[in-house]
Write a protein that binds this ligand. Structure first.
Ligand SMILES: [Zn+2]
Length: 304
């Protein structure tokens, strides 16, 4: 494969339109969880399937993490989006059903958490189809939101997702406001709810034998999260979190997340919403803008 390295914006999406958040809110908070479970450990490294201790990092999701996170969301009366690989839904059906029972949104997160690969399009699309099938079989849902496993994407995949009925993506790191991806042909692009990588708990709270990394404590992470959230709030953006029950469902990290969410929740002018609600709101604004533009054109083109 040869690569097109010519200078151009590598994301051709137009700029984010001005945002007016609902109910006079100044900013939005999107609490997103990735329910990877064991797929985080076997998706890109299938030989790990025979390493029970390595995969037990992910096993924490179904044994402890998901329930503790749901308990927290319930206690704080918050709704979140849980991006769930199809494999997880089939392997841990009861735990995933509890997510739905809690009134949360289920999003698409691949089947086996394989990183999308532009050089293996067939395999990448199959991963999307199998994810849909598994979520339908295990939970009876057809998600409209997608977060890429290992956070990778490219034009063919965006188009395939749009064709499959996905309405929004939440993976890109290039904005603080939702925007619409460039479409292909007649197909409109997805709405993007960009993530803030500073809110990926894996960066601070996961270390393993195969991938040893420093772990950061409460003070470091809480102050980072609050400062980043407050600055995003001041700029009127969306704070999108990338959380994992196998990280933030651990005892100390659960309390840290709780403290952060309490901080965010006590502000009266933050809209805390699921991905689907944010995508719906974005589309409502687009529609309103379209109608007012048409009305203006109608007025200028009409007889005096
Ligand atoms: Zn993931």
């Amino acid at each position: 494969m040869s690569y097109d390295l010519s200078p151009r914006p590598l994301n051709p999406a137009p700029k984010a339109p001005p945002m007016i958040w609902p109910n006079g809110a100044r900013s939005a908070l999107f609490i997103g969880f990735d329910v990877d479970a064991e797929t985080a450990w076997i998706g890109n490294n299938p030989s790990n399937v025979d390493r029970m201790v390595t995969t037990s990092h992910g096993g924490y999701d179904a044994r402890v993490g998901i329930a503790k996170i749901l308990q927290l969301m319930d206690e704080l009366s918050l709704k979140a989006t849980f991006f769930t690989p199809g494999w997880t839904a089939l392997a841990h059906q009861a735990a995933c059903e509890d997510i739905l029972k809690g009134g949360h949104e289920i999003g698409h997160h691949g089947y086996l958490h394989k990183m999308p690969d532009r050089e293996r399009l067939d395999e990448t699309f199959e991963e999307i189809d199998r994810g849909f099938d598994a979520l339908k079989t295990a939970l009876g849902v057809r998600p409209v939101g997608y977060r890429a496993p290992s956070g990778e994407n490219f034009p063919e995949l965006l188009a395939y997702l749009a064709k499959s009925g996905v309405r929004y993506s939440s993976s890109f790191r290039d904005d603080i406001l939702p925007y619409r991806h460039a479409g292909q042909g007649d197909q409109e692009g997805l709405v993007e709810i960009p993530v803030n990588f500073a809110f990926d708990d894996w960066n601070f709270g996961m270390s393993s034998r195969t991938s040893p990394r420093p772990i950061f404590g409460r003070d470091a992470v809480l102050s980072l999260w609050i400062d980043e959230f407050e600055a995003t709030h001041a700029w009127g953006g969306v704070t999108t979190m990338v959380l994992h029950p196998q990280v933030s469902g651990r005892p100390m990290r659960w309390h840290l997340l709780r403290d952060f969410l309490l901080h965010a929740r006590q502000k009266s002018d933050v809209w805390i919403a699921t991905g689907r609600e944010i995508a719906d709101h974005f589309e409502t604004l687009e529609e309103r803008h379209r109608r007012s533009t048409m009305a203006t054109v109608g007025r200028t083109a009409g007889p005096e």
